[in-house]
Design a protein around this ligand. Structure first.
Ligand code: FE
Ligand code: MN
Length: 361
């Protein structure tokens, strides 16, 4: 029997019995492993919807003007050493972090999941990490920073090195051909998805996001600020993607979700928060430019609890309030009427008109 499926505004006629079988064979892990990209029927509709949302947020670094940033960077009067240091830390840390996230998606998560719509959205996620890495190159070249100096920061700034080690630790042993019928291995994957999505992208990115947006709020580094706001909008989709992936993985594999495992994850978040606080104190050795390290640390406590709640875990503190309500406003780029003017709008239009020619499919 044939049945019509309506997906993303397109109509498909599928043989019902085959569709039911294909649907049943789809799982986050240990599903039908297929090299052909048979997306239909969609089992994880949210993954496809998120893919389309991410695609419509497409941006290109070179569309963001950097003249004002360069003027400020060169000026002795417009800028303090403390502000310059925050920008260096931002570029230095994210240059390493974007690559680490992208590598983990391509070599761990996307390799191990089996459902095609999950691979599709993870491919887009990896691509967005490439855009972020490219945006950092654009900042480096626009300001005339020596790239070796940024690279040296991965090793020489102890708090960056420790943050990086914390995440690569849960990634390096998890490569293709891992036996995912064993509970302990499933837990390793779940841990990886939790650490990357909720601890790293979800929490450890937010100290610098806050500092850089706070500079942008004072009209400092408007170009860098804008790129970080686009990046942040992407990151919020990445956090959602990894949160959904984590929850469906647990749903389909309840053997993962032991009390011991849950407390292990909460401990990991605790460690992530400590590393981030040390890093924040490194970024803001003195309370300058109206920014205090203590306030950013309590912001991280607040964010970490939101992430824990999102995946059904106990919070580290209770009843925390967001110390930076203005930051929530600035992070919500959709609230700004004029933000989509120019190229971003064009990407959205062209993606709406050219639905059939999506190369990714
Ligand atoms: Fe990123
Ligand atoms: Mn990301």
């Amino acid at each position: 029997m044939e049945k019509i499926y309506d997906i993303g505004g397109k109509k498909f006629v599928l043989d019902e019995a085959k569709a039911v079988q294909a649907y049943q064979d789809k799982q986050v892990i240990n599903g039908r492993d297929t090299m052909t990209f048979n997306l239909l029927p969609l089992k994880y509709q949210w993954a496809y919807d998120l893919y389309r949302k991410m695609k419509s947020n497409h941006w290109e670094p070179e569309d963001v003007p950097m003249q004002k940033d360069l003027e400020q960077w060169k000026s002795d009067t417009e800028l303090s050493d403390a502000e310059r240091w925050i920008i260096m830390m931002g570029i230095g840390y994210f240059s390493a972090a974007e690559g680490i996230v992208g590598d983990n998606i391509q070599h761990v998560v996307r390799e191990l999941v089996t459902a095609p719509e999950l691979k599709l959205v993870l491919g887009r996620h990896a691509h967005e990490e490439n855009i972020h890495a490219d945006s950092l190159l654009y900042m480096i070249s626009s300001l005339g920073i020596n790239p070796h100096e940024c690279e040296a920061m991965f090793e020489q700034v102890d708090t960056i090195r420790r943050k990086n080690e914390f995440v690569t630790e849960v990634s390096k042993n998890l490569r293709r051909d891992l036996d995912l019928t064993q509970t302990s291995n499933k837990q390793e994957l779940a841990k990886n998805i939790f650490v990357f999505g909720q601890c790293m992208e979800g929490t450890q990115f937010y100290g610098l996001f806050g500092m850089i947006l706070s500079l942008a709020r004072q009209n400092k580094f408007p170009g860098i600020g804008q790129m970080f706001r686009y990046t942040l909008r992407d990151e919020s989709n990445h956090i959602e993607l990894f949160r959904n992936l984590f929850r469906v993985l647990i749903d389909e594999n309840p053997d993962i979700w032991t009390e011991q495992f849950k407390s292990q994850l909460v401990e990991l978040m605790k460690e992530a928060v400590e590393l981030e606080k040390d890093f924040i104190r490194d970024c803001l050795p003195v309370n300058s430019v109206g920014l205090s390290a203590d306030e950013f640390c309590s912001y991280i406590d607040y964010i970490a609890d939101r992430r824990l709640i999102g995946v059904g875990l106990e919070v580290l503190h209770s009843g925390l309030e967001n110390p930076f309500p203005w930051l929530a406003e600035m992070m919500d780029v959709k609230k700004e009427q004029n933000f989509f003017e120019g190229r971003v709008t064009e990407y959205q239009k062209s993606s709406a008109l050219a639905e059939v020619s999506d190369d990714e499919l």
